[in-house]
Design a protein. Structure first.
Lengths: 277, 358
């Protein structure tokens, strides 16, 4: 019996080790390969390349703009989804989540059909002198479209996890729903909202498929970092690697920041919950 | 004056109570868990909408099922202290107390002074910058009270304000809280599961059982004429509920209860739904069937013997007679009768002095 148990334990231990090793190989090896392939000189060299700088600048501007848009659109949506039930909610949820499962090129195509010159709103948009596809605006729209569900999901979970006791207390302290949102809901959900915003930013930074379909690949206008990597890959492998490394460092840094931010906010939360109980 | 008539069904539980609380007085709603106390409180606060009924403060209607009036919580002049105090974990004690003050009203300095004064009043000025998780239960309670009372509510709703405290803090806090409540001019509803707290805090007390008020009155009413097993248990008296089934014409009558009959003073009528309470000290125990003037004699088996604090010189003896009885006798008597759990025993008490009441 004991032998059998310990044998089973050994098997599951070995399984866990194998799993973690495979995971590290699968996720870590590409990162390592990238780092190893980079002669540090060429990274610096790449940073001086005007096209790289252009792409980097465009990526930063568009992804920040997209993140701000995502927060502005996503915050009310996340709040409504977390606090209300209404007919058709399931459908709205599915629509919000759609970009998560849609191939990015399909998303780009859909955006083109919606906002393109020959699309649904093309005529109306050109009437007010606005042309969306193949502009920087299109990059922002594509990134917003693709990263919105990440933010809404995180913020919604944050709002839903706010203990109703605090909202009840606020209600009895003359706080209107607007007051309750700003003074109770948002501060208590802040860690999740910030994490959602950071994830949305990371997603926007890495967006490729929808951008290239909807916005094209015009250096200085719509060529963001991922697009620049793809383009460089076909002509100059060294710049591609340099660009890829920069992108990876930024993304990894963002993820680490999210994780540590969340970890820092957790102890306080648990503490408060314990004291309240 | 707060007047409320509340009807609410939640699953297979239904609440149907009427309450009246005048300004400057405290009504205690006492009942066991699940009796609907907190539900009643939440209905008054507007945190829950009744199915039917009416809630009005003086001439202001807060809720009217028929007239479709439902003033939201945040527009009602109430103060609410939840059982766990629900202090905002992201705000300091100061910010918690300041929370309900309108921000546009008065200058920042005025607002700060107002909060400082309230903190002072509750003796928690030194805690102003602490976050709730740094405060003890008693401190949290004071912050929660200050946070509610700074708004000068017309109606103060307290949900088990002492239950979250540990036993040693509870006694000190109880006295303190009583002192504070005495100075208030608002109508206070105090919800508790503890009959003792009900006696301490209640100008009037309403006993809630399964969503209905089964007795309401002053402390003395409750003590003199308990009508619930809950209060009787707390007081330690034997309570019988039944119907007068026979009058002997000589001043005595038979009371029929669900578990047996006993002789009582004739109330003058054949009546249903009367109560009789018998003090355990009036019950005597015997090994042999007693003769003499005691009109109520029951035979049974001792089911439990519990020494009474502080020294155990008196002992409560539970006997499974029909109806079941609890007698309180001296330890010496128990020893003399050689009583132990399982002993066969006779319990007797006089019918004279047992006045039935409605």
């Amino acid at each position: 019996m004991i032998h059998w148990l310990s044998a089973r334990r050994a098997v599951s231990l070995a399984g866990a080790c194998l799993g973690i090793t495979l995971l590290l190989v699968l996720l870590g090896l590409p990162l390592l390969a990238l780092v190893l392939r980079v002669p540090s000189v060429s990274v610096l060299h790449g940073l001086r390349d005007p096209e790289v700088l252009q792409a980097l600048r465009l990526s930063l501007i568009s992804s920040v703009a997209a993140t701000i848009t995502v927060v502005l659109i996503g915050l009310p949506a996340a709040y409504l989804l977390a606090t209300r039930t209404f007919p058709g909610k399931v459908i709205l949820e599915a629509v919000v989540d759609l970009p998560l499962v849609l191939p990015p090129t399909v998303a780009g195509l859909a955006l083109l059909l919606a906002f393109g010159r020959a699309g649904l709103t093309g005529r109306a948009l050109s009437f007010i002198g606005l042309q969306v596809p193949f502009t920087t605006l299109a990059v922002v729209v594509a990134q917003t479209f693709m990263s919105l569900p990440l933010f809404v999901g995180a913020a919604r979970a944050g709002f839903a996890s706010v203990d109703t006791r605090y909202l009840d207390a606020a209600k009895t302290l003359r706080a209107s729903e607007t007051d309750r949102f700003w003074r109770v809901m948002l501060p208590l959900a802040a860690p999740s909202v910030l994490a959602g915003a950071a994830m949305a930013w990371a997603r926007a930074l890495g967006e490729f498929g929808a951008t290239i379909t909807f916005a094209g690949n015009l250096p200085g206008v719509t060529q963001t970092m991922p697009l620049a990597v793809y383009t460089a890959l076909q002509t100059n492998l060294d710049s591609a690697i340099a660009l890829a490394l920069i992108l990876m460092i930024v993304s990894l840094g963002l993820l680490v920041a999210i994780r540590s931010g969340r970890a820092a906010s957790m102890p306080g939360r648990n503490h408060a919950a314990r004291a309240a109980r | 004056m707060l007047r409320a008539q509340l009807g609410k069904t939640l699953g297979d539980f239904s609440l149907d109570v009427s309450l009246e609380i005048s300004s400057g007085s405290t009504l205690v709603l006492v009942g066991e868990s699940g009796s609907g106390k907190t539900t009643a409180l939440r209905l008054l606060a507007g945190l829950l909408d009744p199915d039917s009924g009416r809630v009005a403060w003086n001439d202001d209607t807060w809720y009217d099922g028929a007239g479709a009036v439902a003033i939201p919580s945040w527009r009602r002049p109430i103060g609410y202290v939840a059982q766990d105090y629900s202090l905002f974990p992201h705000l300091t004690a100061f910010e918690n107390v300041a929370f309900g003050l309108p921000s546009q009203h008065g200058s920042g300095g005025e607002r700060r002074a107002r909060v400082s004064m309230e903190l002072e009043r509750f003796g928690i000025s030194s805690l102003a910058d602490q976050k709730p998780h740094q405060l003890s239960g008693g401190q949290q309670q004071r912050v929660a009270l200050a946070r509610a009372l700074i708004l000068n509510p017309s109606v103060l709703l307290l949900d088990e304000p002492l239950t979250a405290l540990d036993l040693t803090t509870r006694r000190a806090t109880r006295m303190e809280l009583r002192g504070i409540l005495r100075t208030l001019t608002c109508a206070t509803l105090f919800v508790t599961h503890s009959p003792m707290e009900a006696m301490v805090f209640g100008d009037r007390i309403a006993v809630l059982e399964k969503g209905r008020v089964i007795q309401a009155g002053s402390r003395d009413d409750l003590l003199r004429r308990p009508r619930s097993a809950f209060i009787a248990e707390f007081m330690g008296v034997n309570l019988f509920q039944g119907t007068i089934i026979l009058r002997d014409g000589q001043g005595l009558a038979r009371l029929g209860t669900a578990t047996g009959e006993l002789s009582v003073v004739d109330p003058g009528d054949l009546e249903s739904e009367v109560f009789v309470s018998v003090s355990p000290r009036e019950i005597t125990l015997h090994r042999e069937r007693p003769g003499g003037s005691a009109q109520n004699v029951f035979q049974g088996i001792v089911s439990e013997i519990i020494p009474e604090p502080p020294h155990g010189e008196r002992v409560r003896v539970a006997i499974n007679t029909r109806p079941p009885l609890v007698a309180e006798v001296t330890r010496a008597a128990v020893d003399a009768l050689q009583l132990r759990e399982g002993s066969e025993v006779y319990a007797s008490f006089k019918a004279t002095g047992l006045e039935p009441y409605r």
